[in-house]
Ligand binder design. Structure first.
Ligand code: 13P
Ligand code: SF4
Length: 366
């Protein structure tokens, strides 16, 4: 998706790290309680140090709904998270994203036209009133609104199991259309006891998702063919190599990883759950983690009695998360000090109303 971030003035691009830290610190002090900075766990350290609260995407959406006093929420994360924050915050609050190009390649793998086309195609072969659409948090507000309108809910990696249980529990629906991450859908489906025959991949580029009428009707979970480019890099060979080097090591992976990797892990969890898993591991543990590298490095730095390494030796940064950097943060905050709101993320009208329905359903389920 094309979003246009204007180039920053030279004041920010030529400043040293110390100068930027001074600008950010001074602007934060000046704005005081009018400002709240949220930071996703994948943010770089030089940005995360300024966050008033850190979290995974579920935790941050909760916080956005709860921080009712702050006039400005600066979201250090990616675009879909800032959209959700805008939907969940009050009319008196404004959400700002320091760099408009901080998107998510996974979220871009399902757009609203494709999802509407899929729904129309499904309506020709089955009763769509029995299908519950579930979208992962990593999706545009338009998709969340679609889900809200059609009786579904949003989920995140920390509550996908609860949301799928809600969708498929007695009477609510017979089938789930899950987008955009096939891996989170599949891993959660297996966790709930479904087998490979119950879950089919829906390829939006092919007629009827590349499936026959029979395959659609026989499925309980239709998994959109999308993935996270960061987490899909992790392979079973990485786990095998880690275990060969550290026979007593512990393997922890994010559920956006493919199922063959998840099957080999000791713990599977959202970023918050991985953090809790590392904290609970015995002192002296060596822990191999399959998730974004900024979080892995921070876990290693912040738990000196344990060794935390990335399972992929080639390292997996999320390039769009890394777009939020001190120059953009300083530019946004100094704008606020001077009375200028830059990079406001605003979801309007009907889309906001239905996206809120889908997000609030998730918050009520979990
Ligand atoms: P969580 O924050 O839900 O763990 O998701 C990770 C992620 O990929 C966010 O973009
Ligand atoms: Fe998107 Fe993956 Fe980056 Fe998360 S880590 S923002 S899912 S590309």
């Amino acid at each position: 998706m094309l979003r246009l971030q204007s180039p920053l003035p030279e004041r920010y691009t030529t400043a040293t790290a110390d100068e930027l830290a001074q600008m950010i610190g001074a602007a934060k002090a000046e704005l005081g309680s009018r400002l709240f900075v949220l930071g996703h766990h994948y943010q770089r350290d030089d940005v995360m140090r300024w966050a008033d609260a850190r979290g995974d995407s579920f935790g941050l959406s909760r916080m956005a709904a709860e921080v009712t006093e702050a006039e400005f929420i600066v979201f250090c994360g990616v675009h879909f998270m800032a959209e959700s924050a805008d939907v969940l915050t009050g009319a008196h609050q404004q959400v700002l994203l320091p760099d408009l190009n901080a998107g998510c390649s996974m979220a871009d793998m399902a757009d609203i036209e494709q999802v509407e086309d899929a729904w129309d195609e499904l309506a020709q072969v089955t009763d769509v009133s029995r299908i519950i659409p579930i979208t992962y948090m990593n999706s545009s507000a338009a998709l969340k609104a679609f889900v809200g309108r059609h009786g579904g809910a949003v989920c995140t990696s920390s509550n996908a199991r609860a949301v799928l249980t809600w969708a498929l529990e007695a009477g609510r629906g017979d089938m789930v259309l899950f987008f955009p991450d096939q891996h989170l859908g599949r891993n959660t489906g297996y966790e709930l006891g479904y087998g490979a025959d119950d879950m089919k991949v829906w390829n939006p580029r092919l007629a009827l998702g590349g499936l026959s009428d029979f395959e659609v009707k026989a499925s309980t979970l239709l998994l959109w063919k999308g993935h996270c480019s960061v987490h899909q890099r992790f392979r079973p060979e990485h786990v095998t190599a880690f275990r060969a080097e550290h026979p007593d090591g512990i393997v922890m992976v994010h559920p956006e990883c493919a199922h063959d990797v998840v099957e080999m892990a000791d713990l599977v969890g959202s970023t918050d759950n991985l953090i809790r898993g590392v904290a609970a591991a015995p002192s002296g543990s060596v822990i191999g983690v399959a998730t974004e590298i900024h979080l892995v490095k921070r876990l290693d730095d912040e738990t000196p009695d344990k060794t935390v390494v990335c399972l992929d030796p080639l390292i997996c940064p999320c390039s769009t998360m890394s777009r939020i950097d001190p120059p953009h943060l300083a530019w946004i905050l100094e704008g606020l000090v001077s009375g200028e709101v830059r990079n406001r993320i605003q979801v309007d009208g009907d889309v906001a109303a239905w996206a809120r329905v889908a997000l609030e359903r998730m918050l009520a389920i979990t």
